[in-house]
Design a protein around this ligand. Sequence first.
Ligand code: SF4
Length: 369
Amino acid sequence: MSDVGKNIIRARENGAKVVGCFPLYPPLELLHSFGLIPLVLWDLKEQVHTLKESDRHLQPFTCSVARRITEFVLSTEGSLFDGFLMYNACDTLRNMPEIITRGLEERGLSRPFLKFHVPMTPARQTDSTGYFAGRIRELIIEIENAFGVRFSSERFLASVRLYNAIKKLSLEMENLVAEGRMSYGDFSLLIGKGFFMTPEDYLSALDGAAEKAKSNPAKNISGGRKIIVSGILPPPDALCSIIENAGLRVVGNDVASQARSYAYVPREVGDPVSYYTDFYRNHHPCTTLLYSSDERLTLLTGLIEKKNAQGLIFIGEKFCEYEYLEMPFIMKTLKQKYIAMLQLEIATDDHEHVEAFRTRIEAFSELIG
Ligand code: SF4
């Protein structure tokens, strides 16, 4: 059994109900405030090694993220979840609740599946504040009914503080990586594991790692080979090693499961409507939050400037049209600003086969050095 499965069993033994959530930015604080353990189902490459079940339901030209979520949820470990929550994102994920619900029914299982709608129109174009407030209030009632629990503003505020502490510590650790006190590979591994831990355990793991990193000396990077990494998923672990062994320093990232998830720390309030209005409206731009995509280029160029980076490595998720639709324009703009960019593509089976990228990464390192 994977670590995720063991964590779910441990949480359930302690009387908690575990809710599998996707895509990346669900209302975790709200679920947690009800005493539930929300786990974000993302980057499941360590947990999913075959795609037999998923291939029965999804076309092989869907991204690895969707295929692995489906496979995991319909596996023995997936049956341990007490419920699921999904909000709207890309077309690939759109029918996942139905696919998963039918797949569970085939196994004689029935689980509450909460669906939450985040308006994707820019605030300056359409004011959806009232609609969104209604959806949050409905979601609270749905959670209460599905799990027999009651909302508490005090508990919500405590959960907000816990998740914000995780975000702040993640930002601090990103700086420790930039200073060379910790490798990006170790940082990426830890952030990835955090998705499948309780927030309390995750905060404690981050705290321990940050303290250890602070005791390491800062290391200068020769030739100014500082880069930003971007993508829906982080580089596979073996690719992180290749990047760092090529003499490159990851001084910042725009990875969906990393900075895009923790970079914006919302105001700490006990009212979920105010909190999530701020959370989604001011979120770090992401291709999956359509209303924020206009801000992405400004953010990327600002990040490159702020971190004094010389280049950007884009880890393309094969078949993710959202990311690929934006890339040509981003590449063109970075080129005009004389910022070097390397575009790599990772498909479902590529995680173990990244050696083919070594020469390109080494050449890129020489180029920007
Ligand atoms: S946004 Fe891209 S990577 Fe994420 S689920 Fe959709 S297609 Fe897959």
